[in-house]
Design a protein around this ligand. Structure first.
Ligand SMILES: [Zn+2]
Length: 248
């Protein structure tokens, strides 16, 4: 029975270590999530600004075309003014020339404003582009670092798991099943008894059971937490064989 207990303790040491490494490995990729989220938001914002810029540019182009047409109309109106034969014709052509001049003036002012706004938003977009490129580089560097750590942890897990299958093969199937169930439900399955107290649940075990444990003839379970128990002083396992009991 002592052999079985020692195998179970060895298995527990391996499983505890592997579980710890697995938790570290699983936690790693989530570290870049805040940065990834920020980057996504900035990219969406920038996309909106680019769209607005494109729309304003299209509008500006349209205004420039209208301006060209008005300038042509002004030339025609000036021609009419020169060719006017009556005072009535002259007045009408003169009004037309004035009107065209005014609308050309207004449109030119409008175009100037739009051009200024365009160069302003182009500068903002360029600046944001730079910031986003910086964040992308930061994310890539962090991801590369994480990938290295994940690989390293995978190697450590493989190392820590060495001999686990052979160990399990040596353990009685019934106890192995108990061990697996307890490990799943309670975090760990085998607990030392120190001074008559189960270290898994801090319950004092009946003195009779404590005496049975001293004989090392059978595997016993704690009446309260159900863990497989043993008298610590009978085994003196390595310090890390039994994990710290969870805080009550
Ligand atoms: Zn217990």
């Amino acid at each position: 029975m002592k052999d079985q207990l020692i195998y179970l303790l060895e298995l527990q040491t391996i499983d505890t270590k592997v579980k710890e490494l697995e938790a570290a490995r699983q936690g790693l990729p989530t570290r870049t999530e805040p940065l990834r989220r920020d980057l996504g938001k900035l990219e969406t914002m920038l996309g909106g600004e680019r769209q607005k810029l494109a729309e304003t540019e299209a509008w500006k182009k349209q205004q420039a075309e209208l301006l060209a047409r008005e300038q042509e109309a002004l030339r025609a109106a000036k021609g009419k003014l020169q060719g006017s034969k009556t005072g009535k014709e002259y007045n009408a052509a003169s009004r037309e020339v004035d009107n065209k001049r005014k609308s050309i003036h207004d449109r030119e002012a409008e175009l100037k404003k739009v051009s200024e706004a365009l160069s302003g938003s182009a500068a903002v977009i360029e600046e944001r582009d730079g910031a986003i490129a910086g964040l992308r580089a930061q994310l890539a560097a962090e991801e590369a670092e994480i990938a290295t750590k994940v690989e390293d942890l995978a190697r450590q897990i493989a190392e820590a798991s060495a001999g686990r299958d052979e160990l399990r093969a040596r353990i009685d199937k019934g106890w192995l099943k108990t061990y697996d169930t307890l490990a799943g439900k309670r975090g760990y399955a085998v607990s030392p008894v120190v001074g008559g107290t189960c270290q898994g649940c801090q319950m004092r075990i009946p003195p009779q059971l404590n005496n049975i444990l001293a004989r090392m003839e059978s595997l016993e379970m704690c009446p309260r937490c159900g863990r497989i128990i043993y008298r610590k002083e009978m085994i003196e396992p390595p310090a890390d064989a039994a994990p710290e009991p969870p805080p009550a």
